[in-house]
Design a protein around this ligand. Structure first.
Ligand code: GLA
Length: 388
């Protein structure tokens, strides 16, 4: 499906306003939510481990107004398509993008929340399929709006994140963890968040790099998590945990894993080995950041990439190429980010290397794969919010 995204937020907002007025007349309330990065801690969320994400300045924005009926009418500017659906389980729309909004409404209702019909127009500048969680941004934008418009904001923020996560599980076929929706709902300007996905305790970490920058290199290789090996990775982890008699791999050590090596498949062993290593790397990175020890942060990022590529097997040729390239250029840390199977690398680069690294990545990647990757500077921003 062809999609067209607006780069600048004010052009996006203007376009939404015009489209809303043309389709529905008058105006509604504006809401937004954000995509996310994750510094480290990949595929640890559904294993009860730690993650270290932050919301970014790439957002989904929607203008919404109750319409006094029991139907939702919504138009996606980027996809140039409209959808209309009722709020009962059997009313699920066929378009995959509309199922995210339908799912949010249904999951709110299932939790005893109120949802009435509304009209909406939305657009976004979160690159699609880049591993930046455009779907979580869409879910949390509408979850936030439905809470504000129909529930006096009585649904707490953790529940809003869970509404998005359950939408993925029950309406979109992705058995994801809580990281993306959490980051999108709780995101705060200039802060990363270390979340313990077992207790759901979290801490804001003011994010300030001294002499370094974070940059994403988007390979533009699209990934699709529904029906992808993502769910299979999760099943591997659950099988190993069950074998160990524990709820999640959060409670497993390498020694525990070695002890059952001959009772599980080689593949499940590799998956669990990665997860157990990654769990510790998040904690190492948080400590190292606190000391300003960027060398350790970077080292752990490379280790994560190697684990995701060789043990968890969620990388791809293009991302391994970008990772090697980063290493050759002397970049401090680099790794595939997000669920995998395409998308982007996240890179910790010294200020004075930034220009030459990004230029080299664009040139060499283009020479090899015939298209330029997209360079996306990371700006840590606010998560779900009402704009007007
Ligand atoms: C996707 C999922 C998240 C998480 C990451 C991998 O983004 O939605 O829950 O599992 O992959 O860390």
């Amino acid at each position: 499906m062809k999609t067209e995204q607006h780069e600048c937020s004010s052009c996006m907002e203007q376009k939404i306003k015009e489209e809303f007025a043309t389709r529905f007349g008058g105006e509604g309330i504006f809401y937004a939510s954000a995509g996310r990065i994750n510094l480290i801690g990949e595929h640890t969320d559904y294993n009860g481990g730690f993650v270290f994400p932050g919301a970014i300045d790439k957002i989904i924005e929607a203008e919404i107004r109750p319409n006094g009926t029991d139907h939702v009418r919504v138009f996606s500017i980027d996809i140039n398509e409209s959808a209309e659906f009722g709020l009962n389980e059997e009313d699920a729309p066929t378009q995959s993008w509309a199922r995210y909004i339908f799912g949010v409404c249904r999951e709110t209702i299932k939790r005893g929340g109120k949802v009435e019909g509304f009209d909406a127009v939305f657009a976004g500048n979160v690159p699609l399929g880049a591993g930046l969680s455009s779907s979580a941004a869409l879910e949390s934008c509408f979850a936030y709006a439905v809470n504000d418009l129909f529930n006096d904001n009585k649904i707490d923020k953790f529940e809003l994140a869970r509404i998005g996560q359950s939408t993925e599980h029950n309406y979109c076929g992705v058995n994801c963890g809580i990281m993306d929706q959490f980051a999108s709902v709780f995101g705060k300007k200039d802060c990363l968040m270390r979340l313990d996905c077992r207790s759901m305790e979290f801490e804001y970490f003011p994010f300030k790099l001294d002499g370094y920058k974070l940059v994403l290199v988007d390979s533009r290789v699209k990934h699709e998590l529904a029906d992808s090996p993502y769910n299979k990775r999760r099943q591997s982890c659950e099988r190993v945990a069950a074998k160990l008699g524990i709820e999640t791999l959060r409670d497993a050590s390498m020694d525990d894993l070695i002890a059952i090596k001959d009772q599980i498949s080689e593949e499940d062993y590799m998956r669990a080995e990665y997860v157990i290593g990654e769990k510790q790397r998040v904690l190492d990175v948080c400590d190292a950041l606190g000391r300003g020890d960027y060398a350790t942060v970077g080292e752990r990022m490379y280790q994560t990439h190697a684990g995701m590529s060789k043990l968890y097997e969620v990388s791809c040729e293009e991302l391994d190429f970008l990772n090697d390239l980063a290493k050759e250029c002397g970049v401090t840390g680099s790794r595939i980010m997000g669920g995998g199977f395409g998308g982007c690398t996240i890179n910790l680069v010294k200020d004075d290397l930034y220009d030459s690294f990004t230029a080299t990545a664009v040139k060499k990647f283009n020479e090899k794969y015939g298209h330029e990757p997209k360079i996306i500077p990371v700006v840590i921003s606010d998560g779900a919010r009402r704009l007007s």
